[in-house]
Write a protein that binds this ligand. Structure first.
Ligand code: AMO
Length: 364
């Protein structure tokens, strides 16, 4: 539908502009009445919101979430542009995964087996000796078997890799500056959307607080939360840590130096052989990003693969790139939907993506 008309003399609506319509053109009549209330007078269940998202984005609340997502991605690209990062696209149909076999989606690729890409990890690293600052805004496909409020089977990431770094600190600086830039952009450009959602988005100051994995474990143990040696932090542990850190005034913080037992094979190990240069970034008790410095030495990389029970033969295409000289490098993957959960206080990751792919949803 479309109309012609003049702006009304008296404006009653709090949002938008009122017109007095003189002509109304109906392009196409609906076959059935709308199945949902797009005005937003009645609260809609999350299941229904997901089912009819393509209609409900007319609802100001739903639309505000996705306008903010749109601005997050624009701001990220602006940040990369200003800081000389090069946008890349890497394959989504791949021969090997970087994030462990358990969450690989397998597919038939003519006569061979292939997988959907869990992460651009291997490819962004391979490029680093030729293009030393790259980024990709990319889907991650992960066969997460459980229905949780923070996992999708198709989610989106903002991935970065940068070369000639001194340590993972250089990468953490990029990540904290990027997030600050995004949060400032949303505060400045999405005031109306934040008001509609009733959110007061606090500015973030850099540098973000850093605590080591061991410090995090000590804090958790002092609260009676058991964390076994060499175990990744569980969702429950992350939440408790989030509360404790919030009480100390930190909404966002890095956890650094994860033990090798908990990480991917590609993170650089410290001299002690136990810890790595891997970090997580948590926002209000939710992991929104992981990253770190990588192992760039060919022999050490093969050793790490073997320690993780991987067969280097399956990664020849990747390992080859390390034979021709690879600078020290590192990067991160930042989950777009997780960042939105943190920023907007969304309770379920499904609120942050237009069309949901989870354990039960393959349509719409
Ligand atoms: P990781 O596996 O921690 O690291 O993923 C990076 C970030 O992506 C988001 N994320 C997800 N969001 C929703 N649903 C999922 N199933 C899901 N899986 C991941 C999270 C997470 O912090 N290659 C490394 C990154 C790197 O080192 O550069 C990686 O993928 O916000």
């Amino acid at each position: 539908m479309c109309f012609e008309g003049e702006k009304a003399e008296i404006q009653r609506s709090k949002r938008g502009v009122e017109y007095v319509a003189e002509k109304i053109y109906v392009y196409n009549k609906p076959i059935e009445p709308l199945p949902v209330d797009t005005i937003g007078k009645v609260p809609t269940l999350l299941d229904t919101r997901i089912r009819y998202r393509y209609l409900l984005v007319r609802n100001p609340l739903e639309k505000a979430i996705f306008s903010i997502r749109n601005t997050i991605l624009k701001a990220a690209r602006e940040y990369f542009e200003k800081n000389n990062f090069f946008e890349i696209h890497t394959p989504k149909i791949v021969a090997a995964g970087a994030e462990g076999g358990a969450t690989l989606f397998e597919l038939k690729y003519f006569e061979r087996k292939a997988y959907l890409s869990q992460s651009p990890q291997l490819y962004k690293q391979m490029l680093i000796s030729s293009i030393p600052r790259v980024y990709e805004i990319t889907p991650y496909f992960r066969a997460e078997k459980f229905n949780t409020t923070r996992h999708l089977n198709e989610s989106w990431g903002i991935d970065v890799e940068q070369g000639f770094i001194d340590s993972e600190e250089d990468v953490m600086n990029t990540l904290e500056n990027l997030i600050k830039y995004i949060v400032d952009s949303i505060r400045n450009r999405c005031r109306e959307e934040l008001e509609i959602l009733g959110i007061e988005l606090k500015p973030l100051s850099t540098p973000f607080r850093r605590l080591t994995y061991e410090e995090a474990v000590d804090i958790l143990r002092s609260e009676g939360i058991e964390v076994s040696e060499g175990e990744d932090l569980s969702e429950a542990a992350e939440k408790v840590l989030g509360k404790i850190m919030a009480e100390k005034g930190y909404d966002i913080y890095f956890i650094t130096k994860f033990p090798f037992e908990t990480t991917g094979f590609y993170y650089m190990r410290e001299e002690d052989g136990i810890h790595t240069r891997k970090f997580d970034l948590d926002y209000k008790g939710l992991e929104i990003s992981s990253g770190g410095q990588r192992e760039h030495r060919y022999e050490k990389l093969i050793e790490a693969m073997k320690l993780k029970g991987l067969n280097p033969d399956n990664f020849q295409f990747y390992l080859e790139a390390f034979k021709y000289g690879m600078p020290p490098h590192g990067g991160f993957g930042l989950g777009v939907e997780r960042l939105m959960m943190g920023m907007l206080g969304l309770k379920n990751v499904r609120e942050a993506i237009l069309f949901v792919r989870d354990r039960t949803r393959l349509t719409p």
